[in-house]
Write a protein that binds this ligand. Structure first.
Ligand SMILES: [Zn+2]
Length: 191
């Protein structure tokens, strides 16, 4: 059986996780319903994590990890929605995000072989650590300058978030840009 998740599009990791709720032809899809889907999603993004989980770690993904990932995803979606709508952030979403950060505090240690380098460290299970690191990246995203560029895609039926990384970007993807243009053209010709 093929495992599918939401689209992974090179956005910052907290946004990628938020986008594991997505839509296909106007129907909302949940990309994180099973532990297999979470393992597959983590596999797609693991090279971008401070502590990439191994194949064995991914085979170890359990129901508790799934519950944590879903709660974090929904919290980030709620906070991102509040940010783009400029409304008050829901307290339960703030609590869920901060609770996830606290499950696995990470730190960096100095390594010095040929040259000095910083090594990411965490004592928690690798999957717990990965989700806590994504939660902490969400803290940086919401509290940092990138928040000004956070957008919700307004193409018909799309529910994804993206960072407007160049001034003319209006959509999460080229596909959404095309669908929005077709919809506008249809509106004009109908009028
Ligand atoms: Zn879109």
């Amino acid at each position: 059986m093929t495992v599918t998740t939401g689209p992974v599009m090179g956005e910052p990791l907290p946004i990628e996780l938020a986008n594991a709720t997505y839509a296909v032809r106007g129907h909302l899809q949940d990309g994180l319903e099973t532990t297999e889907q979470l393992a597959f999603w983590l596999e797609q993004v693991r090279s971008r994590l401070p502590l990439p989980p191994s194949d064995a770690d991914l085979r170890d993904v359990n129901q508790q990890d799934l519950a944590t990932a879903r709660e974090l995803r929904d919290a980030i979606r709620a906070l991102a929605g509040a940010a783009v709508d400029r409304t008050a952030p829901p307290q339960p979403a703030l609590d869920a995000l901060n609770g996830c950060v606290r499950t696995a505090p990470s730190w960096r240690e100095l390594r010095w072989a040929d040259a000095p380098s910083a090594e990411a460290r965490n004592d928690a299970r690798p999957i717990t650590a990965a989700l806590a690191d994504i939660a902490e990246l969400a803290v940086d995203l919401f509290a940092g300058p990138a928040l000004a560029d956070l957008r919700a895609c307004h193409a018909p039926g799309c529910v994804l978030f993206f960072l407007k990384d160049h001034p003319r970007r209006e959509w999460c993807s080229a596909g959404c840009g095309n669908r929005a243009r077709v919809a506008r053209h249809y509106q004009r010709t109908k009028a």
